[in-house]
Structures are given as C-alpha cells and as structure tokens.
Design a protein around this ligand. Structure first.
Ligand code: CDP
Length: 218
C-alpha cells in the first residue's frame, strides 16, 4: 500500500541526508521540496538581472507562472529543461529560496506540484511545511532539528566538500537568519505538526536517525 513520510525541520538538520537513505531502504521515492524553492530563486535571480527588476510579489508571480521544475530519480534538478543540480546549492540561492518562499503565489504553485508528485507511489518528502500544509495526512511525520552550532558545522563541511568557499561564522549567521525568516513568515511557516515526532539530531549519527525513522515507519 502507498505510504507517505513527511520530514520537516530547519536548515542543516540532516533532513535530506537521512531522507535519501530511508527512501533507499524502504524503496520509496525521495522528494526534496527545498530544491524546488531553490530552483524558483535561481530563476528569479536570472530574470532580475536581465530585466533589472525588484523581487516584488508581482515580479515573482510572473516568473513562476510557466516555470517547469523536474526532480528525477537520481536527484537531478531541472529548471525549464536545464539541469541546475549544482547551481542551486550556493549560499546566495539558499537566501533567495527563503525570500521567494514567503510569497503565497510561489507556495501555491509548488504545493500543487508536490501533491501531484506524492500521488505516484510511496514517498518521503522533506521541507518546512510538509506535515502541516502539503501532506497533512502523511502516515508518519518527523520534525528533525539540531542546535544551530551543529547545523552550521554540518553545512560548513558540506559546502567545503562541494568546493564552495565557506566561512563558519558567516554560515551560522545565515542559518539563524533563514530559521527566523522561515519560522516567522505568515504563510506556511516552518513548524512542527502537532502529530509529528520530534527528533533532535544534535548528538546523533546519521545512522541513528535513520534507524529511528525506520523503527517509527514500521
Ligand atoms: O537544505 P536546506 O535545509 O538549507 O534548505 P532547503 O530545504 O533546500 O530549503 C531552502 C529554503 O526553501 C528554506 O530556507 C525555505 O525558506 C524554503 N522552503 C520552504 O519554504 N518550504 C519547503 N517545503 C521547503 C523549502
């Protein structure tokens, strides 16, 4: 039978890392909704430069109107037919994703796409509002968090591994700012669903978090 696992939480808590492993072990499809907000931000950035425009809701609405975002099974991300997997991981795009994510027009469009993706089979979807807004009927909801210090350390290592320039204090500042912006926005803020299981991964290994989610899933 088709099952749905929703994983929400702040930046750098390990959502995508553990969700990918859980998906592989259970034979589910992994859906990274953050990548979709990142793709919107990338398109807004490009259009903004081309048209010398500001990120008003009107401008963003026009940009997303006919946007095409595809996630393939090998976690490649395509924006309007072009692969942008690596491009969407820069700190600039992280900031932009949080900026566009506050607009209702963007959330509505991406929520529709995400719900369509979730009807195709068993899925594990991660983001900020999956358990609260996108898939409130999920079979299992996890809210994964960790201290800001630990999340900044993980993001720092991840960026270094991908050969992006990284400064620990700067990353910590940006993560805190993004947490605040994501938690305080009016529409679909980052929040734990009432029926979500809270997992604090500060002092847990990836394998320990995976084991706990698999146990809960069973
Ligand atoms: O990977 P990281 O945790 O840094 O962020 P992400 O999951 O790729 O999401 C990037 C940004 O998109 C977040 O800071 C949110 O502002 C936004 N987002 C959202 O609003 N709703 C979602 N379901 C997923 C991401």
């Amino acid at each position: 039978m088709k099952k749905i696992i929703a994983v929400d939480g702040p930046a750098g808590a390990g959502k995508s890392t553990v969700s990918k492993i859980v998906a592989a072990r259970l034979g589910y499809t992994y859906i990274d909704t953050g990548a979709m907000y990142r793709a919107v931000a990338l398109k807004c950035n490009a259009q903004c430069v081309m048209r010398n425009a500001q990120w008003t809701e009107e401008f963003v609405a026009e940009v997303v109107q006919d946007i095409e975002i595809k996630l393939d099974t090998s976690e490649k991300v395509f924006l309007d037919g072009r692969e942008v997997t690596k491009e969407i991981r820069t700190p600039e795009v992280s900031r932009g994703a949080s900026d566009v994510a506050k607009f209702g027009v963007v959330r509505k469009k991406l929520t529709e796409l995400q719900r369509e993706m979730a009807v195709q089979g068993s899925v594990i979807m991660d983001g900020r509002d999956i358990g609260t807004q996108v898939l409130p009927n999920a079979d299992l909801k996890i809210f994964l968090t960790a201290s800001v210090e630990e999340r900044a350390r993980r993001r720092f290592e991840e960026l270094k591994e991908k050969n992006f320039a990284a400064d620990f204090e700067q990353i910590k500042k940006e993560i805190s700012l993004r947490d605040k912006q994501d938690s305080e926005r009016e529409i679909a803020p980052l929040a734990k669903a009432e029926d979500a299981v809270l997992l604090d991964s500060t002092s847990l290994t990836i394998e320990q978090v995976v084991t706990e989610i698999l146990r809960l899933a069973r």
